[in-house]
Design a binder for this molecule. Structure first.
Ligand SMILES: *Cc1c(COP(=O)(O)O)cnc(C)c1O
Length: 408
């Protein structure tokens, strides 16, 4: 089965009492039991079932099992946000004294989590150039546990060579963790490319319509948890499910990072149309990138599927297409704002991978609290615009952009 068929027909063994064709929204906190014995068995995990929705809930479980079926993963945990998928994973796997290797070209709040929260708990975060093989190798020592990267960085759109990261991780028995928000599983097969844990913000492409905040932790099952001392106790209990069971029985449960049933329902619905929406975006964005590229008022267009892009060969090697986000530079802030304010269709908003096309000037908003030098090092200029391309009709998008460019 291919993606959409899998998403529509993922088997779910537990039937709804009323034979609802779609898993209903179980909007309840607790569950009722016929006997004290049964309550004990479910509570202690001897019998499958749900006791309390912070730990598990039928609607959320259906979403998790669907993602597991689509991705061929060993286990999936749905979380309250992309950030909680990230924070729970690192808190479950690390202890004070450990270090991890990553880059500082990361989603802003992930960077903040690494620079402040993890550091406060005694974890050292080594920021290096993730596209430089030697820098990665030199940063590894006996306390290193994880290499973390984003498949495509935002807004710079840097793509690391994933086969190199996978080889280094394997050679040093490190866990390779990817944030695949920019290229979710329809666009990128993380398991095939050696990623051990796939994290993503479901808020973006999965929800599609920007309906909810949510996250996913996906264990691809290709890291041998027996060799990971911090999970000893859970390996004895659950073998290769050690990481997922630690989350469920400890970190995730204790942090209270649960998704709501309503949100799980929306995400489950979004999964079914992910491929349709993505295919439409893939064609829209390359058309728009080529169009912007030919306009003399635009200084440069950054999109990895463009032939002249530095990361074009890597984008083609790994992804169905390079996600819904491109950036381009106008001369200065004044021109960028004039352009934005003259758009009639494309919305001024901070989200990405929504059904609607969205635009923002990251230099003056998302990165406002950074110094000019830092912003420059992130590849941002005063006139840089980030455009997340939606599923509108392409002729309407091109018309909107053409008219707004004519005003500057
Ligand atoms: C949005 C985003 C996150 C955080 O996800 P939330 O659902 O907003 O918590 C993490 N990583 C990337 C790459 C993102 O774009």
């Amino acid at each position: 089965m291919r993606y959409t068929t899998r998403a529509l027909h993922a088997p779910y063994p537990k039937k709804d009492t009323h034979n609802s064709l779609r898993m209903p929204i179980y909007q309840n906190a607790a569950f009722d039991f016929d006997s004290a014995e049964e309550l004990e068995e479910v509570f202690t995990g001897k019998k499958p079932g749900h006791a309390y929705s912070r730990a598990s809930n039928p609607t959320i479980e259906e979403l998790e099992s669907k993602v597991k079926f689509i991705t061929n993963a060993t286990g999936v945990v749905a979380t309250s946000s992309g950030m909680s998928a990230i924070s729970n994973t690192f808190l479950a796997l690390l202890k004070s004294g450990d270090n991890i290797i990553t880059t500082n070209k990361l989603f802003g709040h992930t960077l903040s989590f690494f620079q402040t929260t993890l550091v406060d708990f005694g974890v050292e975060v080594r920021f290096i150039d993730i596209t430089n093989e030697n820098e990665i190798k030199n940063a590894i020592d006996e306390k290193t546990k994880i290499i973390f990267f984003e498949t495509i960085s935002n807004p710079e759109l840097i793509i690391p060579d994933i086969k190199i990261l996978s080889r280094i991780s394997k050679d040093n028995n490190l866990i390779l963790i990817a944030d695949t928000t920019m290229t979710p599983f329809y666009l990128f097969d993380s398991k095939k490319h050696g990623v051990n844990i796939d994290l993503l913000s479901a808020t973006k492409y999965i929800s599609g319509g920007g309906t909810v905040i949510g996250g996913l932790i996906i264990d691809n099952g290709n890291f041998n948890w027996k060799t990971y001392p911090h999970l000893d106790k859970f390996y004895k209990l659950a073998n290769q499910n050690a990481f997922i069971v630690k989350l469920k029985k400890q970190t995730f449960r204790n942090m209270g990072a649960c998704l709501t049933a309503q949100s799980a329902y929306m995400l489950s619905l979004g999964l079914e149309t992910l491929a349709l929406r993505s295919d439409r975006t893939a064609s829209n964005i390359i058309n728009l990138a080529n169009f912007l590229n030919t306009n003399p008022k635009i200084k440069s267009v950054n999109y990895p599927m463009l032939e002249n892009n530095k990361f074009n060969h890597l984008a083609k090697e790994y992804f169905l297409f390079a996600g819904a986000v491109l950036t381009f530079d106008l001369k200065n802030k004044e021109e960028a704002y004039k352009f934005m304010n003259n758009l009639k269709l494309i919305r001024r908003s901070t989200n990405i991978q929504d059904n609607k096309s969205l635009i923002i000037a990251p230099y003056h908003t998302i990165y406002a609290e950074y110094t000019d030098e830092q912003k420059f090092s992130f590849g941002l200029r005063e006139g840089t615009l980030r455009l997340s391309v939606g599923i509108e009709d392409i002729d309407d998008l091109i018309e909107d952009v053409t008219l707004a460019l004519a005003k500057i």
